[in-house]
Design a protein around this ligand. Structure first.
Ligand code: ADE
Ligand code: ZN
Length: 345
């Protein structure tokens, strides 16, 4: 469908102003090089790069693993509760500027506990920042703890054990890190336990891994949302199922280009996902590494894909509320605000 000239003019302003929920942001992926250096100095941590510019130059990724190596090295500067707080507050300032009204943040406890940082330090710093985000910016927040899939299921169980005393501070669990060779089935038992505990369940699948990983995340792990999931386009029956069962996909366009899932943004298939009736959303994944926060993801996507116009912008914002883990009354409030914004001449 072609987008009219008037719609094209209104689009940039609407994309910026729309209230949005961000559902796929790794808080460790919001660590900007400047903050990495400031925290390294504060904590006496030695870094492999000797300047912010050299670090930025190293952000030339060839695939997911080449990114993860740098991302885990960046996270090594996080040692104290204040560090986790400061990192999350820097993200919330950016999120507020992008009209994010709700954020569900991933964090990777094992990246920190394996370096000797107590789980309590991580969760206390993040919880304090979440409370401050609500007071300072009116953003509602939730935390989702991810298990690293390149580690064992036993290690995930040990992390769950450490996290249980803080059960009220996070709403669910996810699965991230290197996808290839680490299928969802590897974590069947720990996800079953988390389900018994009443936690929300999500998993990265179909980012680099095949469409079958999306199927097993649904059938074996019983997740409620798929993170990324873009490779479902290779499997029309799976696309139909995602649409029919209203399984949201948290899509991250700039990440997909930086990690070479797509050669460039003009090849992104988010339009096809929406056309198929899938509840796709736009998210930033690791914004400090991939070239932009949420509004920049919207801008880059809509600039590169001429078939996306006002109705897709409205749909993506609506999907972000629908896919969030908040109560229906809050979703309705955001929806009314969005509808009013789009109805204005
Ligand atoms: N951890 C941080 N970002 C990730 C991504 N895009 N995929 C898998 N694991 C991640
Ligand atoms: Zn991710």
């Amino acid at each position: 469908m072609n987008v009219s000239a008037t719609d094209r003019e209104r689009l940039p302003g609407l994309l910026k102003a729309m209230p949005k929920a961000e559902l796929h942001i790794h808080i460790e992926g919001s660590l900007e090089p400047e903050l990495i250096f400031a925290l390294a100095r504060r904590n006496g941590v030695k870094l492999a790069c000797d300047s912010v510019e050299a670090l930025r130059r190293a952000y030339a990724f060839t695939d997911l693993q080449s990114f993860l190596d740098i991302y885990y090295a960046g996270a090594s500067v996080l040692l104290t509760e204040q560090d986790f707080h400061d990192m999350a507050m820097a993200y919330f300032a950016r999120a507020a500027a992008d009209n994010v009204v709700h954020a569900e943040l991933f964090f990777d406890p094992q990246t920190h506990t394996d370096r000797g940082v107590p789980f309590k330090t991580v969760i206390d710093g993040l919880t304090r920042a979440c409370d401050a985000a609500h007071h300072e910016y009116g953003i509602s927040t939730a935390l989702i703890m991810c298990f690293l899939r390149h580690l064992s299921e036993e290690a995930a169980f040990a992390t769950l054990e450490e996290a249980l005393p803080y059960r009220g501070r996070y709403i669910g669990v996810g699965l991230d890190s290197g996808e290839r060779g680490n299928p969802p089935e590897k974590f069947a038992r720990v996800f079953a336990r988390c389900r018994e505990l009443g936690l929300h369940l999500v998993a990265h699948a179909g980012e680099e891994g095949p469409p079958d990983y999306i199927r097993s995340a649904l059938d074996v792990l019983k997740v409620e949302r798929i993170d990324h999931g873009v490779r479902c386009v290779e499997d029309p029956a799976l696309m139909q199922r995602l649409a029919a069962e209203r399984i949201p996909l948290t899509v991250c366009p700039l990440s997909n280009v930086k990690l070479r899932v797509y050669e460039d943004m003009s090849r992104h298939r988010i339009g096809a996902l929406l056309d198929a009736g899938i509840c796709a959303t736009v998210n930033s994944d690791d914004p400090a590494y991939f070239g932009g926060y949420l509004n920049e993801n919207f801008r880059a996507t809509f600039d590169a894909l001429p078939q996306l116009g006002i109705s897709q912008a409205h749909k993506l914002a609506s999907n972000s509320y629908a896919a969030s883990f908040v109560e229906p009354s809050r979703k309705r409030e955001w929806q009314s605000e969005l509808d009013a914004l789009f109805e204005r001449p």
